[in-house]
Write a protein that binds this ligand. Structure first.
Ligand SMILES: Nc1nc2c(c(=O)[nH]1)N[C@H]1C(S)=C(S)[C@@H](COP(=O)(O)O)O[C@H]1N2
Ligand SMILES: [Mo]
Length: 224
């Protein structure tokens, strides 16, 4: 268990003022809405020269591929508006992104049928894992713009993932590699006390939540 997971577990759950019904049902349990855009990562903000930057696709693919930013931006461009949710309990609604859908990038690749999981590799030394299926929805982007402008360095310039339906640590900033895998393998936070799947509406925050206690557990214990 990491210090971060440990601290978060002990943190008091904030009292969120009641929102209108429509907004309330968009807010996952235990989250607080913010208008700001918190910056969270570990390590130093990397610096790049776009002329040498690239994205490497490897693992369970027929051939490895290297994409430049120019090549990525020549793929079909998608605009999305999504709600995002961080495990540290902030949520932000209606974030606007521009990029290429992961599903559209996949059209360019020869991914082997055995590939069922993906590891996203990012700077500096960051990894996060997802089931391939979770990356195929229409709102999952490799994004280069936020709110109509290029990503700022702190939010992941030049390229980040946006996987809005999972806690935001799955949305790797400074994305550099996509590894297709047969078997699942845990990424950085998944290996430091955080949940492997990370669905905010199911409050899948911590790895200890992966082992659910059956509702009728108490019926099987000794009683008198
Ligand atoms: N490369 C990299 N990406 C990362 C992280 C990181 O430490 N390194 N942190 C993750 C976490 S924990 C969160 S909450 C989001 C925060 O993104 P933001 O700073 O744009 O809000 O980035 C995710 N992506
Ligand atoms: Mo986070």
């Amino acid at each position: 268990m990491s210090d971060k997971a440990d601290r978060l577990k002990k943190a008091r759950v904030p009292q969120q003022p009641q929102l209108g019904d429509e907004l309330q049902h968009r807010l996952p349990p235990g989250q607080t809405l913010t208008d700001s855009f918190p910056i969270l990562h570990y390590g130093e903000v990397p610096e790049y020269d776009l002329s040498t930057w690239n994205l490497r696709v490897f693992g369970e693919v027929e051939e490895e591929r290297i994409f430049t930013m120019e090549q990525l931006q020549a793929l079909p461009v998608t605009h999305t508006v999504s709600d995002i949710h961080c495990v540290t309990r902030w949520s932000k609604f209606d974030t606007a992104w521009e990029g290429v859908r992961f599903a559209d990038l996949m059209q360019q690749l020869n991914v082997k049928p055995e590939a069922r999981y993906v590891m996203l590799h990012a700077d500096p030394d960051y990894e996060t894992n997802l089931p391939l299926e979770a990356l195929l929805t229409d709102d999952v982007l490799l994004a280069w713009n936020y709110d109509g402008k290029p990503l700022t360095a702190k939010h992941g310039w030049p390229l980040r993932m946006v996987v809005p339906q999972l806690y935001f640590w799955k949305s790797a900033k400074w994305l550099r590699g996509i590894e297709f895998m047969k078997e699942d393998r845990r990424g950085f936070w998944e290996d430091h006390g955080f949940h492997n799947i990370a669905d905010p509406f199911q409050e899948q925050r911590f790895s200890s939540d992966e082992y659910e206690m059956p509702e009728d557990e108490w019926k099987y214990c000794e009683a008198d």
